[in-house]
Design a protein around this ligand. Structure first.
Ligand code: PMT
Length: 338
C-alpha cells in the first residue's frame, strides 16, 4: 500500500475524488424543493447529522466509523420545523431521523407500543392492532406533527454514508441553498471523519489477513468550512459544532475555529455532557465585554441532567433551547422580524 500522505485542499479533494453516482439527480430534487421554499418566503436550515464512514477498500468490506447516532441533528430538525423553518435533513443512512427517532431507539421500541386484540367484526377473524393506552397520547402528538410536516412539504431528507458522499453533498447542497442568502442557516452537527483513504491509495479487494500487522496511513480530510464560508454560502448563517472529550480544550478550539473559518457561531459540546450542556462561542461584535478587550463571547446553555434520561421519562431536550436561541440570533442576522 502507498504510504505517502497527501495534504488535500478542498479544491484538490474535489478534483481527485469521485462524486457519488446519484449526486446529479439528488441535487435536481433539492433545487426544485428550494425553489418552492423561496416562493413561499420560508427560511431554510440545512441540518447535517450522524457520523461518516471511511472505507478501507474499493470493494468495501471494512471501514472506520464514529460514535454519532444522529440524536442532536434529528432532534434539532424537529425544533427547527416547529419554529417555522423548512429543513434539509442531510443524515448518515440509518442514523436517527426526526419523528421516527422517538420509536427507533432501543429504550423505546416501536413494537412494545402495539397490542393485538380480537376483532369480532373481522370477516376472516384477523385480529386488530392497537396502541397501548399509556403510549397513545405521545404517539398521537408525534404523529400529528409528522403528518402536518409531510403535508406542508417542509422537510427534505438526503442521505450519505461515507465521508466522500458527505463532502460532495455538502458542497452541492450549500451552493444550491445560497440563493436564499441570509435566510439560509447551516447547522453542521454531523461528526465528520478527520482522516480518510483517497481512492488512489485504496486496495481494490478485501485486505487479506495472515500477513502480520496492518498499517494504514490516512490522509487528512480537508477542512472545508473555510471554503464553505468564502465560496459556497453567500451570507448564510453558519453554525458549526466542536466536540471534545477534554473540557479544557472546548473554548480554545471553538475560538480557533471561528478565527480560522470566519463563520458566525461554534457550539461547543463535551462528549459526556452534551445532552445537558453546550456553549455558544461567537465573535465579539461589541457591547458584550465592559473592557472591550475580549474577542469572543461565550454563552452557556444548560438544562437539568435529571430531565434528560432517555425513553418515555425524557421531559426536556437541550436542542429546544439551542434552536430557540439560534432562531433569535438568525433573526438578528437577517435583520427582519420572524
Ligand atoms: O449524533 P449525536 O450522538 O447526538 O452527537 C452529536 C455530536 C456530538 C456529534 C454533535 O453535537 C457534534 O459535536 N458534532 C461535531 C463533531 C466535531 O467535532 O466535528 P469536527 O471537529 O470534525 O468538525 C467541526 C465542524 O466542522 C462540525 O460542525 C462538522 O460538521 C464540520 N466539518 C468538519 C470537517 C469537515 N471536513 N467538514 C465539516 O463540515
Amino acid at each position: 500500500m502507498i504510504t505517502e500522505p497527501t495534504s488535500f485542499s478542498a479544491e484538490s479533494y474535489f478534483a481527485t475524488q469521485s462524486s457519488p453516482p446519484n449526486l446529479g439527480q439528488e441535487i435536481q430534487r433539492v433545487r426544485e424543493w428550494i425553489q418552492k421554499q423561496v416562493a413561499a418566503g420560508n427560511r431554510v436550515v440545512l441540518v447535517t447529522s450522524g457520523g461518516t464512514t471511511v472505507p478501507l477498500e474499493l470493494n468495501v468490506v471494512r471501514f472506520l466509523d464514529n460514535f454519532s447516532a444522529g440524536n442532536r441533528g434529528a432532534t434539532s430538525a424537529e425544533y427547527f420545523l416547529k419554529a417555522g423553518y423548512a429543513v434539509i435533513f442531510m443524515h448518515r443512512q440509518f442514523s436517527l431521523q426526526p419523528f421516527s427517532r422517538h420509536y427507533s431507539h432501543s429504550t423505546n421500541p416501536f413494537l412494545d407500543m402495539l397490542e393485538i386484540e380480537e376483532d369480532d367484526n373481522s370477516p376472516d377473524g384477523t385480529p386488530r392492532i392497537s396502541v397501548t393506552p399509556e403510549k397513545r397520547a405521545k404517539l398521537l402528538k408525534t404523529l400529528t406533527v409528522y403528518k402536518a410536516v409531510q403535508a406542508s412539504g417542509t422537510l427534505f431528507t438526503l442521505t450519505f454514508v461515507t465521508v466522500n458522499d458527505y463532502l460532495w453533498l455538502l458542497r452541492a447542497v450549500s451552493q444550491e441553498l445560497s440563493v436564499l442568502r441570509k435566510k439560509a442557516m447551516y447547522y453542521l452537527a454531523a461528526a465528520v471523519s478527520d482522516f480518510f483513504l483517497p481512492k488512489q491509495k485504496m486496495s481494490e479487494h478485501k485486505i487479506q489477513s495472515g500477513k502480520g500487522n496492518l498499517s494504514i496511513e490516512m490522509d487528512q480530510v480537508p477542512k472545508i468550512l473555510k471554503t464553505m464560508v468564502d465560496e459556497w454560502t453567500r451570507d448564510g448563517y453558519i453554525v458549526s459544532f466542536q466536540l471534545e472529550t477534554d473540557p479544557e480544550l472546548l473554548i480554545p478550539k471553538a475560538r480557533a475555529a471561528l478565527e480560522r473559518y470566519g463563520h458566525q457561531i461554534v457550539i461547543g459540546n463535551d462528549l459526556h455532557r452534551r445532552k445537558f450542556e453546550v456553549v455558544f462561542v461567537t465573535p465579539n461584535t461589541g457591547g458584550h465585554q465592559t473592557d472591550g478587550s475580549a474577542q469572543y463571547v461565550e454563552t452557556w446553555v444548560r438544562i437539568d441532567p435529571a430531565l434528560t434520561y432517555p425513553g418515555i421519562q425524557q421531559i426536556k431536550e437541550i436542542e429546544e433551547d439551542i434552536v430557540d436561541e439560534l432562531v433569535k440570533r438568525h433573526t438578528t442576522w437577517i435583520g427582519e422580524p420572524q
